[in-house]
Structure formats: structure tokens, C-alpha cells
Ligand binder design. Structure first.
Ligand code: ADP
Ligand code: MG
Length: 665
């Protein structure tokens, strides 16, 4: 047994199956996996393994599957990316222009300081030599103070305008990215990792909005100071200013190389950061599984490897930064030394005064500091180009099944039969595995149809296709003869109520969770809530909870039992008053008592609706009007009423029922 498992794991390592299994979150969504694919067994086995032999190595678990970007088109040249980057600041143009105007004021004042200082030094020298009376100093000092106050006010205004604009841009950008994520189709989510998407919303957005506001303003200030500083130097002494130009070309070349490097490394850092977030997110939200397998220290080690990857990129970035900033710092200081040396010579020969030299030195100091500021700006812009391209990947990706498309038919269509005609389907992420090949089934309006079959044969896929989470490869699904491809997915989803085996509740109150089923702007009256909870056999237990409908259910409804969660999910589905009801193994995870309560609730709910019951336990389908039996290849092997199928002497269904009888007796 051990050897067989080991062999299976070794094989799976090579064919990459393991990777797929892990990313598909076994705990959260068991419907993705089936015992039919040995993948499920392998993952469970690995997680339960005591020896490291059975554990997959981390490198084998990683791969393009983790990255959303693997699916979406790679984009754009840097120039257009730069244009797009600044485009997001457009709505804040007034504020940013105001900030730039204030920047001109404060920078002009800052730049006037060396000039004034030079004059003051010459004035002080004249006073010291008794060439001028001391009273000459007073207006100069007062004027200077007033100038500084004005500069401070302008600076404060600039910072306020930029900070608020930055926050608004962050908000808008987050909304846009979240909207894009929400609009994606299921195929996208099959390929993406939650933590990775959250990382984009949280971290990438902040880098980008920071760059187009705060960093932009700092950068502009530095640019202004460099150009005005050099301008003033030329104004004061062109010969001395020429000396400075010798230093600038190597700095510019270094900046281009460094900029490219930073852009790429930011992309890599953000991607590996996203992977670590993804892993933490998955493990924390499934802490019960981690704990029940006693894998806390194993997970800590795995997480540590992930953050170590982030660290490696950060170390590379640090090296590049160190070299670049060291170089620009040196360039700044070289300017000062060159000015000091050449200026000293010129002063000696009487070409400039001591005041001029002091002013010149101050200007070169400003230029030096501003080169540092420009380096920061340059770093930030390149970082944000790296981060923004990850955001555009999301906003640019066009869903195959858009939310807003197709017609809204008349509700009388819901009284018609549903037909699956010549249907072929494979999940987009697993194209080689055909779930259905030429399936023809129909669901009579107002009747209860059950689907049974072995695990992994495609029962849940029927529901998923009906909800138009995916489109069939060939063939069609029709309601009243109308292909659902032409119907708005929103209309379909509004009219199909679904209760699945593991219904997910959201953190919030019991009432909030039931109200989630409401079609009218997430609102429901107390009376409606009570009505649907009575129908769902949930009213009694809700009334016994401490705060009734206002009781908090915890993350994913964790503070309620499986049966209670299930009944809230039924109430939630009933609030929609759907004409088509899809029950996907809604009772199979429950104990006998809650199963009775839930089954009873479901039978009540089915009245007057086209109901599809997907069931594992065959006793639950006894009362269905029709039973469709799938074989393990997703083909229909039998269909008919319970009695008809039981009368088939060697029928598949009859054999299944008998087998289960032995199993449960
Ligand atoms: N999102 C998905 N992506 C790829 N394959 C999937 C996905 N969901 C289910 N499958 C695969 O499709 C097949 C049918 O699954 P499903 O309809 O959930 O089976 P069941 O009959 O147990 O409900 C299984 O082999 C399963 O592994
Ligand atoms: Mg299923």
C-alpha cells in the first residue's frame, strides 16, 4: 500500500496533476474533485503523510497555475503603459494642477533662498567692514521670514491636495479592479488564486496611486529644482556651471538601466508576494483542516519558503538601489567638490565674490539633493509601471460569458421544459477530459427530476451549465426551445435557486445571509424572512439563537452546524422565489435528524417549481417524477420513474439501490 501510494505521488509529481489539485482548494470546493480522478486521493494522502517522502516539494507545487497573469494577454509597450498610468490621475487633474501651482510657489521660494543668502552674506560683510549701517539688516530678515511662511503654507497645501487625491485615486482604482474581478467568468476563477487577486487589490493599487500623486509631485519638485538650480548657476557664472554638466551624463545612463531593472523586479516581487498571500489566505481560512492534520509547523515552513522568495527579490532590489543611490549621491557630492575647487580658483582671481560662491554652493547642494529626489521618483514610477501592468491585466481581460449580455425573456418561459440537446462539454482548464459527449436530457416543467450516478460523473456540471457558468462546447441548453446562450445570464441566475452540498454563508447575521437571496436591492421585510425560514424548517432554531435573525454567523457561517447552514441556504434560495430549483446533494453531508428536516424543507420548496435534485443517496430520489442515471463517463444509462427503473431486472439503478441498501443497513 505504502509503495503504491509512493509511486502514485512520484507519478503525479511528474505529470503535474498534484499542482492542479492543490490550487483547486480541496477543502473549499470538493465538487472540483472526484474519486474518479485519483488526484483527490493523492492530495489527501500527501496532506496526511507523516514522512517527508510523501510530501511534494514546494517547487513542484508552484507553477503558472498560480498566476492569474498566465491566462491574460501580455500587454503594451512601456510608453503606452506610462500614458495609462497617468490617465488614472485624470479625474484629480484640478487638485493635482493646484498642487503643482503650489509647488511652483514653494520651490521658487526655496530656490530664491541661496540667492538671498548670497546677498545677505555680502551685506553682512559690508556691515562688518562698516560700509553699511546695521539697520539695513532688519527689512531683509523680515522679508525673508514672510517668504518662508508663504513657502510653508504652499507646501502644506500641496501635501494636503496630493494626499487626498492619492487616496481618492486608490479608492477608484480598487473599485475598478474589484469590478473587473467580479465580472470575470468561472474559467477565470478556475485559473486564479484568491490571495493573488487580493494582493493586487491591496498592494499593487497602493503602489500605483502613490506614484501618480505623491511621487509625481516630489519628482516634479526635484526636476524643477534641478533645472532652476542649474539655470541660476548659469545666470551667476556660466563657466562654473559648465563644470556641473560633466557629471550628469553618466547619471542619466545609469538611471535608464536601473529603471528597467526596477520595473521587472517589482513585477517579480509583487507576484511572489501574491503567492505568499495566496498561501496564507488558503491556510488561514482552512485552519480546521490544517489543525486536524497537525500541520501547523509544516505550513509555517511552507510559508517561510514563500516569503523567502519575496525576500530574494527584495535583496536584488536592495542591491540595485544601493548602487544607484550610491552613484547619484556621489554625483551630487562631486558637483559640490567641483564647484568648491573651481569656484575657489575663480574667487581668488576676483571673478566672483564670496557671496556668489556661497550661493553657488547652496545651489549645487540643492541640485545634489534633487538628484536624490529624482532617483526616488524614478524608482517609484518604474515600480508602479511594474505594478500597474498587473492591474491592467485584470481590467483588460474580457470575460467569455459577460454578465450584461443577451435578452431578458418573458417570465412565462419559466413554465417551459429545459432541454440539454446533443451536449458536449469539457471544463476549459481540463480540455482533454470530456465530462459530457453528446448528452440529451430534459427536465419537465413543474416536475421533480433527479440525477444520480457515481461521484465525478458530471451531476454537478449539469447545474453549473444550466447556470451558464460555462458554455457547452457543442450542442445547446434550451428553455422552452430557446438557447440559453442568447438569454441574459443575469435573468437565468435570478430565476434559478441553488442549494449545494456545502453552501457558503458570508460573515454577517443570519438575516443578512437570507436577505442575500433577495432580488430587490438586497432588501427583505421581516415577514418575508420569517416566511422563508419557516418553509426552510429554519425558523425554530433561528428563534432559539441568542439574537434571532441578528445573530452573527462567523466567517463562512462557521458558528452554525452543517444542518443549520444548509437550512439558511435553503431559505436564502427560497427568498428569490425561483421557478427553477437546483438541489445539488443538498442533504448528503447531514446527520439523519437534520437530513429529515432539510429534506422535508426541500420537498415543500419543490412544489410548483421545476426541480432538479442531484443526489448521492438514492433513498432521497424515491419521490422524484423522473430519475436520470449517469454512468461514470457522463452518459445517460437509464431514465424513468423510480418504479420503472426498479422494475428493470438487470437495471443499473436497481443494482445501485441494492448496493446502497447493503451499505446503509
Ligand atoms: N471547475 C472545474 N474545472 C475542471 N474540472 C472540473 C471542475 N469541476 C469539476 N471538474 C471535473 O469534472 C468532472 C465532473 O465533475 P462533477 O460534475 O462535479 O461531478 P459529480 O457528478 O460528482 O457532481 C469531474 O471529473 C471533476 O473532476
Ligand atoms: Mg457534485
Amino acid at each position: 500500500m505504502y509503495m503504491t501510494l509512493k509511486k502514485m505521488v512520484m507519478e503525479s509529481k511528474f505529470n503535474g496533476i498534484l499542482r492542479t489539485v492543490v490550487t483547486q482548494t480541496f477543502v473549499l470546493n470538493p465538487t472540483h474533485l472526484s474519486t474518479k480522478n485519483s488526484k483527490c486521493i493523492i492530495y489527501t494522502t500527501c496532506y496526511g503523510a507523516k514522512t517527508s517522502l510523501l510530501r511534494p516539494t514546494v517547487s513542484k507545487l508552484e507553477g503558472p497555475f498560480y498566476s492569474t497573469s498566465s491566462k491574460i494577454k501580455k500587454s503594451l509597450n512601456p510608453k503606452s503603459e506610462l500614458a495609462r498610468l497617468f490617465e488614472i490621475a485624470k479625474p484629480e487633474l484640478v487638485n493635482i494642477s493646484g498642487a503643482i501651482a503650489l509647488l511652483v510657489v514653494s520651490s521658487s521660494i526655496t530656490l530664491a533662498v541661496p540667492f538671498c543668502m548670497g546677498k545677505i552674506i555680502d551685506l553682512v560683510q559690508s556691515i562688518a567692514n562698516d560700509a553699511m549701517p546695521q539697520s539695513e539688516m532688519q527689512p531683509v530678515v523680515t522679508g525673508l521670514c514672510a517668504l518662508f511662511v508663504l513657502g510653508a503654507v504652499a507646501n502644506a497645501g500641496r501635501i494636503y491636495l496630493l494626499q487626498t487625491s492619492g487616496q481618492r485615486i486608490t479608492k477608484t482604482l480598487r473599485e475598478r479592479v474589484f469590478e473587473s474581478i467580479m465580472a470575470q467568468d468561472m474559467q477565470f476563477f478556475d485559473q486564479s488564486a484568491t490571495g493573488e487577486l487580493i494582493n493586487r487589490l491591496a498592494s499593487d493599487v497602493e503602489i500605483v496611486s502613490g506614484a501618480v500623486t505623491q511621487n509625481l509631485s516630489d519628482g516634479l519638485r526635484s526636476l524643477a529644482q534641478i533645472s532652476a538650480g542649474i539655470g541660476m548657476m548659469y545666470f551667476m557664472s556660466p563657466d562654473l556651471a559648465n563644470v556641473i554638466l560633466m557629471v550628469l551624463p553618466p547619471v542619466a545612463i545609469g538611471a535608464v538601466v536601473y529603471g528597467r531593472f526596477i520595473r521587472q523586479i517589482t513585477k517579480d516581487t509583487q507576484t511572489s508576494l501574491a503567492r505568499s498571500t495566496q498561501m496564507a489566505d488558503e491556510r488561514i481560512s482552512n485552519i480546521r483542516t490544517v489543525r486536524s492534520f497537525g500541520k501547523e509547523s509544516f505550513e509555517c515552513k511552507m510559508y517561510s519558503r514563500k516569503v523567502n522568495d519575496v525576500l530574494q527579490f527584495a535583496l536584488k532590489e536592495a542591491k540595485a538601489k544601493a548602487v544607484f543611490f550610491g552613484m547619484t549621491g556621489l554625483a551630487g557630492n562631486l558637483i559640490m567638490v567641483l564647484v568648491l575647487y573651481n569656484g575657489g580658483v575663480m574667487m581668488h582671481s576676483g571673478q566672483i565674490t564670496v557671496g556668489d560662491l556661497s550661493a553657488f554652493l547652496l545651489y549645487s547642494g540643492y541640485v545634489a539633493i534633487s538628484i536624490g529626489g529624482m532617483s526616488n521618483f524614478f524608482t517609484a514610477i518604474n515600480k508602479s509601471l511594474g505594478a500597474s501592468s498587473r492591474l491592467w491585466e485584470l481590467t483588460d481581460s474580457v470575460p467569455v460569458i459577460p454578465l450584461q449580455a443577451g435578452v431578458f425573456p418573458d417570465n412565462t418561459l419559466l413554465k417551459e421544459d429545459i432541454d440539454f440537446k446533443n451536449l458536449c462539454f469539457a471544463y476549459p482548464t481540463r480540455k482533454q477530459h470530456k465530462v459530457f459527449s453528446d448528452v440529451n436530457i430534459s427536465f419537465k416543467s413543474g416536475k421533480v427530476t433527479a440525477i444520480v450516478g457515481p461521484s465525478g460523473c458530471g451531476k454537478s456540471t449539469v447545474g453549473v451549465l444550466l447556470l451558464r457558468f460555462y458554455d457547452p462546447d457543442t450542442g445547446e441548453i434550451a428553455i422552452g426551445g430557446q438557447n440559453i446562450k442568447g438569454i441574459s445570464p443575469a435573468w437565468i441566475r435570478n430565476n434559478v435557486g441553488i442549494v449545494s452540498q456545502n453552501p457558503i454563508l458570508f460573515s454577517g447575521t443570519v438575516g443578512d445571509n437570507i436577505t442575500y437571496g433577495s432580488l430587490s436591492h438586497n432588501q427583505a421585510t421581516m415577514q418575508q424572512l420569517e416566511e422563508v425560514s419557516i418553509q426552510a424548517n429554519a425558523y425554530k432554531f433561528i428563534s432559539c439563537l441568542q439574537d434571532g435573525f441578528n445573530t452573527l454567523v462567523g466567517e463562512r457561517g462557521i458558528t452554525l452546524s452543517g444542518g443549520q447552514q444548509q437550512r439558511i441556504a435553503i431559505a436564502r434560495a427560497l427568498l428569490k422565489d425561483p421557478k427553477i430549483l437546483l438541489l445539488d446533494e443538498a442533504t448528503s453531508a447531514l446527520d439523519a435528524e437534520s437530513e429529515d428536516l432539510v429534506r422535508d424543507a426541500l420537498e415543500k420548496a419543490a412544489i410548483g417549481r421545476t426541480t432538479i435534485i442531484i443526489a448521492h443517496r438514492l433513498s432521497t430520489v424515491r419521490r422524484a417524477d423522473k430519475i436520470i442515471v449517469f454512468d461514470e463517463n457522463g452518459s445517460v444509462s437509464e431514465n424513468g420513474s423510480y418504479n420503472e427503473l426498479m422494475n428493470h431486472e438487470h437495471g443499473v439503478f436497481k443494482r445501485m439501490v441494492e448496493k446502497q441498501k447493503i451499505l446503509f443497513s
